[in-house]
Design a protein around this ligand. Structure first.
Ligand code: PHE
Length: 444
């Protein structure tokens, strides 16, 4: 049977952008900016995104499109069957770990969407109490996690062209319009200027090893790197497409989304005199309070939580697809049975993460709750390792001529021919050194 693939350039583009734009942009980026010195953090983040992450993105894309295989087989076949295939397997497993806890937060956004539809955000009730009451309960978060996992699985079961691509084609433009609308509204609130100042006035005194590590980790997370996702999506992209164009377009849209999300959230937070540094609770505690106070806040809340949910789904499907492709192509599963098995697996691990806010709160791994453990392990360690191994594979194991051939479509793309030298240098030297340095300085 012929391998499924994306049906159009636009489809491939929105699917990749859909993978990149997610909770990382709307939930993680704004609070990290809040915690790490506003604009100074953004500047470091932008530099890392383009100098380090874009070359990694291209590397994954090249591996996927060159091999036209799932992540495991891509590493195996391109390296002539060597031990590199275990790196491939590693990038198949990591997204499953992330999906498990990502789905828990996806579930929270479903719950908050329902709350906003019923206009449950009231100024009087403390939103922090509402949030902690919800996440520490046993059943509702579990049910919402189940619903989120089910929807993710259903989209993936349908396939690449008819499932993932179609869904992204409809949802990504919608997401874009929704986030812009909220930003425009938020910027018109009295006092919004202070939020902008906070975002765009750099305070470099806050930039230390820890902030740099956070910026790089966030850039990895946001661009879905080191997880086999870009590799797998890349394997579904037509040989005629321009890898560099698609990669840069994804990186730019991901950055735009993060900045617009910041402009949607921070001005509103400042307009109501709230604390921008409220960490992960920013979206689920601070914002509902803001919504309860602002004119037409009820409607804005609905739009915001729909956007959050859509962004989360277009990312979660990309995480699931990596392992589905592996099971179908290597282990002879049908698409349905692969999805079924992975659903059960991710659901079970996610259930533990979900319960770690309530009944399992006392249980810890390496001094962290189960949820924190998975979040930290994947975004700070596994992703970094996956990205490092990917650039080492492309820069030091594969043949330069093959990379050149894939990147320039056999020498026919003149811009790509011109920039190949720079890109190669970044992949071979700059990325490995930078990733290692930032990783180590984050540990110290
Ligand atoms: N990039 C996604 C986000 O920003 C998360 C993600 C990570 C998606 C890894 C796929 C793979 O939320």
């Amino acid at each position: 049977m012929a391998r499924d693939s994306f049906g159009s350039r636009f489809g491939a583009l929105v699917a990749m952008a859909g993978s990149a734009v997610g909770l990382g942009n709307l939930w993680r980026f704004p609070y990290l900016v809040g915690e790490n010195g506003g604009a100074a953090f953004i500047i470091v983040y932008i530099a890392f995104s383009f100098l380090i992450c874009l070359p990694i993105f291209v590397s994954e894309f090249v591996i996927g499109r060159r091999s036209q295989k799932n992540a495991f087989a891509a590493f195996r076949d391109l390296s002539g069957g060597s031990a590199w295939k275990w790196v491939g397997l590693f990038t198949v497993i990591v997204p499953l770990v992330v999906l498990s806890y990502y789905s828990v937060i996806g579930g929270w956004s479903i719950e908050y969407l329902l709350k906003s539809v019923t206009f449950s955000f009231t100024g009087g009730e403390s939103q922090a109490t509402m949030f902690s009451g919800f996440v520490s309960s046993t059943w509702m978060p579990l049910i919402m996690h189940t619903v989120f996992m089910l929807v993710t699985t259903l989209i993936v079961v349908i396939g690449i062209k008819d499932g993932i691509e179609k869904f992204s084609k409809v949802m990504m433009p919608l997401l874009f319009v929704m986030v812009i609308a909220i930003a425009v509204y938020s910027l018109t609130l009295p006092g919004a200027g202070r939020g902008l100042e906070y975002l765009f006035n750099p305070d470099f005194s806050k930039i230390d090893g820890h902030a740099c590590a956070a910026a790089l980790g966030q850039a990895f997370f946001s661009l879905s790197l080191g997880f086999g996702t870009i590799l797998t999506y890349g394997s579904y992209v037509d040989k005629k497409e321009n890898i560099f164009f698609q990669s840069s377009a994804t990186a730019v849209s991901d950055l735009m989304f993060a900045l617009i999300a910041g402009m949607a959230i921070m001005p509103a937070v400042f307009a109501f005199g709230l604390d921008p540094q409220s960490g992960p609770g920013l979206v689920f505690e601070t914002l509902p309070f803001v919504f309860s106070q602002m004119p037409a806040g009820g409607v804005i809340a609905i739009v915001f939580f729909v956007a959050l949910l859509v962004a989360a789904l277009t990312s979660s499907i990309s995480m699931l697809e990596v392992a589905v492709a592996y099971l179908v192509e290597e282990k002879r599963f049908t698409r349905v049975s692969a999805c079924g098995v992975l659903f059960v697996l991710c659901w079970a691990v996610g259930a533990l993460c979900s319960l770690s806010f309530g009944p399992l709160a006392g249980f810890s791994i390496a001094g962290r709750s189960i949820f924190d453990f998975f979040d930290n392990l994947s975004s700070n360690v596994l992703m970094t390792l996956g990205s490092l191994l990917t650039v080492l594979f492309v820069g030091w194991r594969l043949k330069k001529t093959d990379i050149y051939d894939e990147f320039t479509n056999g020498g026919t793309l003149s811009t790509n021919v011109k920039i190949f030298g720079v890109l190669w240098f970044l992949i071979r030297y700059v990325c490995p050194v930078a990733i290692t340095t930032v990783f180590i300085s984050g540990l110290l």
